[in-house]
Ligand binder design. Structure first.
Ligand code: SF4
Ligand code: SF4
Length: 228
């Protein structure tokens, strides 16, 4: 895999298929470094992608298209960027494009396929959601999966909390309910320490850009120790 700075993706065997693992070489690695690293396999036609029509190929123009079939949760930075690109005030964009009711934990696109999918291509590529930048159907190691999940928790949690502050959130989006749901059904990265960080020390809520958010600040301590 191409050299990409302090975050590097490497091939590994996962259940007999070629998958991806991650190496982090600096404690100062940021979310932007991870996003840059994830772009390489998305654009590499030699990387195994089991959902791709040809099983190997680039994501751009893929006709299976994860944008058609998946729920797409949205993070704060991309929602702000997409609202700006659409020329809409932020609140109006959220009300017209987002689903945010008691049945979802985080705001997601109201429509499926994604409203920005045009002819199998993304019409808001520069502003696409964190999940769109971090998702790949290629198999991944547990620690890369958990790193992606931790980053999504911060970004998507920031939009959720922003909507709480804007008094747009449904009743069950209160902190107590979130903790109850997390304790009952969500995987390890959702420990109390991570929920505290997402709710009360979330760098995206302070206006940080991806290049300002340290990966270590998104990760539980034990995950970070396994990554560095
Ligand atoms: S990640 Fe999505 S767009 Fe890329 S090959 Fe897989 S299904 Fe297609
Ligand atoms: S924002 Fe773009 S990449 Fe993300 S789901 Fe929509 S069309 Fe696909």
């Amino acid at each position: 895999m191409a050299e990409t700075g302090p975050v590097r993706l490497v091939y590994c065997d996962i259940d007999g298929e070629t998958g991806l693992d991650v190496q982090i070489t600096s404690p100062s690695a940021t979310v932007a470094d991870l996003l840059k690293a994830m772009q390489y396999p998305a654009d590499d036609k030699e990387v195994f992608k089991p959902l791709h029509k040809a099983r190997y190929g680039v994501c751009a123009g893929c006709t299976y298209n994860c944008c058609k079939s998946n729920d797409i949760p949205v993070d704060l930075l991309s929602a702000q960027g997409m609202a700006q690109a659409a020329g809409l005030p932020f609140e109006r964009f959220l009300r017209s494009h987002m689903r945010f009711d008691d049945s979802v934990l985080f705001p997601e696109f109201r429509r499926r396929p994604c409203p920005f999918l045009t002819g199998n291509l993304c019409a808001v590529y520069e502003h696409r959601a964190l999940i769109c930048r971090l998702y790949l159907c290629t198999p991944m190691s547990d620690r890369l999966e958990q790193l992606r999940l931790a980053v999504l928790l911060m970004g998507n949690g920031a939009l959720r909390q922003t909507m709480v502050r804007m008094h747009m959130a449904p009743r069950l989006w209160g902190e107590k309910s979130l903790r109850q749901v997390a304790a009952g059904s969500l995987p390890g990265v959702w420990g109390e320490d991570m929920l505290d960080r997402m709710l009360h020390a979330n760098p995206y809520l302070l206006g940080a850009q991806h290049y300002e958010v340290l990966l270590r600040d998104c990760c539980p301590v034990d995950l970070w120790q396994r990554l560095l």
